[in-house]
Structure formats: C-alpha cells, structure tokens
Write a protein that binds this ligand. Structure first.
Ligand code: 9G3
Length: 568
C-alpha cells in the first residue's frame, strides 16, 4: 500500500481524556476516531489489525470444534424477559421501541438468544455436545466509558456458548475453550495470566478470567508465586490475620471521641493502631440496610458482600441521613452494639479482643469491646479485600497483587438459562433432561487496545507481527532522489511478491517525518533506501531494535521474510 494514498490522519496532540498510552497512541496513529463517549470508528490501519485479531479468534474457535453463527444486535425484549434479565441490567441495557411501540434492545450479551436458537433447531440428544459462537458488536451503556477501546459502550465480543448432556460434557467443552483461549492470547502476543473469578450475576459453578497484565488494568489480580494460585481480587479468599491480643476481656468503656470519625483521627486521638478498631459500615442492599464490619485497617470487598447477601443490585453505602436515622449519630460513629439492623462481620473481626467500635452516639465510641459479651454478629464471613502480603489460601505463602485488563472470561453456567427458557432433551431411555451450558467471552476490540498497552514505547506502537496492520515498510530517505525512489519501489514490489504485507512511504516528506510515522504506527520491520543504495546497501531495522543495521539490498527481502515467518 502507498502511504501517499493511505488514510492515516496522525496527530501530534491528543485530547486530555485519553489518559492511557493505548488510547493516546491509537488516536495519534490514526487507527480510531471517537464518535461519542465509548463509541469509536475504525480507520484503515485500526481495522486491518482488528480484522487480524478476529481472524485468530475465529481460527482457534473453529479448531476447537465450535461453529460460527451471527446473531442480530437488535433484539426483541421477549428473550430477556423470559430469563428475567430485561430489568436486571438497568440503565446499562440500551433499550428502544420500534414503530409499533414494541420493546427492543441492542444486545449486550446473547445467552438467551443462543439458548433459544438451540431450542428451536436441535432435535435430538445425539447432536450434543455443541458449541456455537459469534464475533459480533455488543452494546452496554457503561456509566463510565473510558480508556478508548478498553471500556466502550459499543464493542466487538466473541461470545461462545456450549451445550452438553451432563456436567462431564461441560467439563470437556470448558477445557476445549480454555485451551483455545490460551492459543488465542499466545498468538495475539499478549502476556496473560488466568485467574479464578467471581461468576457474579451469571451464577453457575465457577469461572476464570484471562487477564493481560497492565498497571492501567481495572481488575486486581492476587497471585502466589509459590503455588501458582491466582484469583481476581473480587474472588480471592482471605485468611484472617489475628493480631497479638492482651489476654482476658477488659471492662467495656464508653469514651468521648469528639470529631474523631475516621480511623486515622481515632488512631491519633486514642494513640492506638487501626487494627485495634472495627469499622461498622452501613450498606443498602436492594432495599434493606445491613451493617458490615471489617478491621480498621481493612476494606470491604463489595463483590464478596453482594454474593453473601445474594442481592440483585450492587450494595451501596447508605446515605448519611439513613445512617443518622439507623445509628442516631452522625456518620462515623456507627457500631454493632444496640444496632437494629443485621450485622455481617468479617472473619478477622471474630478474632478481635478488646477492640474499639462506634457507640451509635455522635462523638462517642466503645473500647474493650468483645464479641459474645457485648454483641453477636448475625453472620461471620470472608468479606474483606485481599492485600499484598496476605497468606495464600492454597499454600500459606505470601500473596502478591497486580493490575490486569480482563480480555477473556469463561463460565460454567450450568442450567441457569436452559431452565429459564426450557432447553431439554430426551435421553436414550426417553427421560427428560436439562441441557448443561457454558459461556465464553473474549473482548476482541479490548484485545487490540491491550496489545498496544503492552506493546509500545516513547516513539509509538510496537505491534506483534501477528496483528500489525502491515508487516513491513520501505522508506526511501530522499524523495528528490530518483535512484532511491526507484530502488525503494523495486524492493517494495519484491516484498509484495513474496507475500509480505508492505507499505511504501512514497510521500514527499523529509526522512525524519517518515521514520517517526513508521515508529508511531508500529510496523514490525523497516527497510530504508538511502545514499548507500549506490553501493547496494540498505538499512534494516526491526521496530524493537535499538539501532538500524546496514545490509546488502539484495538480501533484504529474504531477511524480512525470515523475520516475519519466525515471529508471526
Ligand atoms: C447485560 C448488560 C451488561 C452485562 C450483561 C448483560 C455483563 C452480562 C455478563 C456476561 C457474561 C458472558 C457471554 C460471553 C461471556 C460473558 N454485563 N454480563 O450478562 F444486559 Cl447491559 O456478559 N456473556
């Protein structure tokens, strides 16, 4: 392709809202353009790489025996109403009405539609196991779309759904998808890790996330180097870490703590440690209030809390006026003693002795509080956030943590949707059974951004060869030199003939501009035709190399071909 013809609107500056490297670089390199918050269009270079990501996903899904479909994105409400999800996702679901005032949505995910398709079209148990997938645009009205393609409101997902006769079959289908995902992310050149994850609203018997390590990732990964345990923060089991305690229960005492309503202020005013306190935080879960207690130096894990409470909506902090009504005190003095709502205490709180809690009275706290004598929590459970240095729940070694971008998520769904929609089969003895399902997602557009997030430097994008928009670029250094232009054209034609996807920078621009653009758009290998072409010498530079190397022009095509072959 000739750069003089290519639509590649590079930018020197990007809007301040582009906070992370991949968002900045994909705008600067002219790969994407924003249409609205979380809504992007793909320009030629961006689309070429996106199509390569899709094709790698497609090849590995097909290799794993899955069959590709394409569903509509414009979906009648009935399917989601049958599964009870029409309301569950609230404002996140894009809803609209047709000219006859019928309810539709723009599909955020397709469990119901794939299940219905199987109900309508699979006739016998002999047709199972079956895994169906699509690569399709999804719509979710995210409250905070950000980071470019990482969290969009319109995005491309590969979503697959497996249908099996029994749990054993699901385990086999799940394993096939797991292995296919490992091949996909490896071929995409992504450095990924697999973590146990929370299944959230999906239910089912467990799920795993494929995370691309990145400091800008929104998900926390807790992992153990010793035994390989890895879990999403949301899921990671926490081992209680009791602090040394004075023996015996000291007498309960109510103490004045004027204006000390944060842990830090309490620590200062009472000269104790944060772990001598237990925080009591009032949450609103669905439509009831609960008190949640964690040690003063810990935080509440709201996903664990949501699963514990089994509430539909995410639990939210109670508003100040509700706290005042429930505790008869200003915010910051809530405590478990004499509180009229259920108390959920983290496991660590159950091990504390002679600790401090709010007295449900403004400017007052209790000290030397002991469970059993002074109050009894309704439930004790693991509801805190894991922190670096915690004990690994598998082997006891020290847990580490890092951030990640979730690029894939696979679930053992069970019968949640086959029950809801009535997907059953008659087995060989004529008995009526329910189909067991799994579902498997990959954020295709998110993978593109994750690849840039993981592969870039101060000069621009560093594409893995497998998804680079073009594999090689030929740059004549001086556009006024007929010899350099002619030789560049010859090498360009030879590379194209060798089946290498090649750009030639035939623009009337200075060499420096051409080198900068070649680095910015991240083409894996570059051939520069300069002054020494008269001696049959060109410059060879892989995007990752520090310095270019001189080499014989006649060997350039073979060397580029070898580089592409061994890096794709
Ligand atoms: C919705 C909206 C947002 C959603 C969902 C539904 C997340 C929803 C979970 C999944 C689970 C799997 C198939 C592929 C793999 C992931 N956000 N989820 O179901 F209506 Cl608005 O999407 N789906």
């Amino acid at each position: 392709m000739r750069m003089s013809k290519l639509l590649m609107p590079t930018l020197r500056e990007v809007p301040a809202e582009a906070e992370i490297a991949s968002h900045q670089l994909m705008l600067r390199a002219g790969l994407i353009r924003k249409l609205a918050a979380g809504v992007y269009s793909y320009l030629p270079l961006g689309l070429r790489s996106l199509k390569k990501v899709e094709q790698i996903v497609r090849e590995e899904m097909d290799r794993a025996g899955a069959q590709e479909l394409l569903m509509s994105a414009l979906l009648p409400a009935e399917a989601y109403q049958a599964s009870g999800r029409w309301e569950v996702f609230g404002p996140s679901m894009f809803k609209l009405k047709d000219r006859n005032d019928r309810d539709f949505c723009l599909g955020p995910t397709h469990e119901e539609l794939f299940t219905q398709t199987v109900i309508d079209n699979v006739r016998s148990y002999k047709e199972y196991p079956m895994t169906l997938y699509q690569i399709q645009t999804k719509y979710r009205d995210e409250g905070r779309p950000r980071f470019g393609l990482i969290r969009g409101r319109e995005f491309i997902m590969k979503d697959a759904y497996s249908f099996d006769l029994d749990e054993k079959g699901l385990d086999e289908s799940y394993k096939k998808m797991y292995d296919a995902y490992c091949r996909i992310f490896t071929r995409l050149g992504l450095d990924f890790t697999i973590v146990d994850a929370d299944s959230g609203a999906m239910g089912g018997s467990g799920s795993q996330e494929f995370m691309v390590k990145s400091p800008v990732g929104e998900d926390g990964i807790a992992y153990c180097d010793a035994c390989g345990y890895a879990a999403n923060y949301e899921k990671c089991e926490c081992i209680p870490e009791p602090k040394e305690q004075p023996e015996g229960e000291l007498d309960l005492e109510k103490i004045e703590t004027p204006n000390a309503h944060t842990i830090d202020e309490l620590v200062d005013s009472l000269g104790m440690e944060a772990y001598n306190f237990a925080k009591t935080i009032i949450y609103k879960a669905d439509d009831k209030y609960v008190a949640v207690m964690v040690r003063g130096d810990r935080d509440v894990n709201e996903v664990k809390l949501k699963n514990l409470l089994g509430c539909t909506d995410d639990p939210e902090l109670a508003e100040p006026e509700a706290v005042r009504e429930i505790t008869h005190a200003k915010v910051g003095f809530a405590g478990p003693i004499g509180l009229g709502i259920p108390v959920y205490a983290d496991k660590e709180v159950a091990l504390m002795k002679n600790f401090v809690v709010g007295a449900n009275e403004t400017d007052m706290h209790y000290k030397n509080v002991n469970i059993g004598r002074d109050f009894e929590p309704d439930t004790v459970a693991d509801i805190r956030v894991v922190v670096t240095g915690d004990k690994c729940p598998k082997c006891g070694a020290s847990i580490k943590s890092e951030q990640g971008i979730e690029v894939g998520h696979i679930f053992k769904l069970g019968t949640k949707y086959s029950d809801a929609l009535g997907l059953t089969y008659l087995d060989e003895s004529g008995r009526n059974k329910t189909v067991i399902m799994g579902c498997y997602g990959i954020g295709v557009t998110r993978c593109l951004a994750a690849a840039v997030e993981q592969g870039h430097d101060e000069n621009g994008i560093i594409w893995p060869v497998s998804i680079a928009p073009y594999q090689a670029i030929v740059v004549p250094a001086n556009y006024k030199s007929e010899e350099q232009m002619a030789e560049a054209e010859r090498i360009y034609a030879a590379l194209c003939d060798a089946g290498i996807e090649t750009l030639i920078d035939d623009r009337n621009e200075r060499a420096g501009v051409k080198f900068k653009d070649a680095d910015l758009i991240g083409i894996p290998v570059r051939i520069v035709v300069g002054k020494k072409i008269g001696d049959g010498i060109v410059e060879y530079k892989e995007r990752k190399m520090e310095k270019a190397e001189e080499m014989a022009a006649e060997d350039a095509v073979a060397r580029v071909a070898e580089f592409i072959r061994s890096n794709i």
